[in-house]
Design a binder for this molecule. Sequence first.
Ligand SMILES: NC(=O)c1ccc[n+]([C@@H]2O[C@H](COP(=O)([O-])OP(=O)(O)OC[C@H]3O[C@@H](n4cnc5c(N)ncnc54)[C@H](OP(=O)(O)O)[C@@H]3O)[C@@H](O)[C@H]2O)c1
Length: 288
Amino acid sequence: MRILVTGASGQLGSEVVRLLQQREAERRRDRLEVAAADHAKLDVSRRDAVMAAISSFEPDVVFHAAAWTAVDACEGDPDRALAVNGLGTRHVAEAARRAGSHVVYVSTDYVFDGRSSEPYTEWDTTNPLSAYGRSKRAGELEIDPVWTTVRTSWLMGRTGSNIAKTILRLGRERGEALPFVDDQTGSPTVACDLAEKLLELGLARRPGVFHVTNQGSTTWFGLARAVLSAAGLDPGRVEPIKTAELVPPRPARRPAFSVLDNAALRLGGDRLLPAWEESVERLVSALG
Ligand SMILES: NC(=O)c1ccc[n+]([C@@H]2O[C@H](COP(=O)([O-])OP(=O)(O)OC[C@H]3O[C@@H](n4cnc5c(N)ncnc54)[C@H](OP(=O)(O)O)[C@@H]3O)[C@@H](O)[C@H]2O)c1
């Protein structure tokens, strides 16, 4: 089986590649051949490059983890967001159709507007509030129904920069109070947990949209407290503030409530990811 991973050095892409290489080494299943295509090797916004990479490797499965994920920067350059996240996904889809590959697309809770007070299911209506959310929704529309779309939220892993690392750095560097917003609610999701489920769904070529997050929900304030506690730092230093009080204000609007009901997994009897508290604690000890 040949597998190509886009965005292979990102938070999620690197975990997917690590797991695939582990399987390759263990030869647990059929022999796997993995092509780890990071941004330098494959720019998904370049149609010719994507067509060439996929037609020459002829992957059975493409894990499409490449995206421009800087939510506030996307707001300032919506064309670039669309070129990478929307059109880039169109290129991957076009090449995959020609090569007969199955595509696994990774999307986001930011496709929802957050006006609900109930967790969003896979079948709920999308209405993104930001340029990033719109560009990721554009990518969703390029995905064939027989392929796999996985929406996740509040992703954090061992590589790259993310909120858990930022909280730890601030907690260690700064002595004073740490303000975090308590009026945005979502589900923190640890990249290695998500990567496991992505492989399970993708290698089985499970069709349709799946919400995949760690279970439970919190606010950024709650997450900051949990990260500090797990690192043996004082969670009492975290202070709740409102989004409107952020200085300077963030350019991109975020949904106030973006908890994803993992309904397709839950109702289908599939194993869910662990509770976010458990996984965040494991991540913090791995980050050291
Ligand atoms: N992070 C989150 O909180 C979150 C939440 C929900 C869903 N997601 C989705 O989950 C997926 C993985 O996100 P992540 O957190 O792993 O993001 P990430 O760490 O930013 O990784 C994305 C990777 O894509 C690469 N990339 C950017 N532009 C590209 C281009 N034009 N062509 C090829 N590669 C390009 C980036 O490379 P450079 O850094 O070198 O540009 C980076 O290595 C994305 O689809 C994202 O939208 C993320």
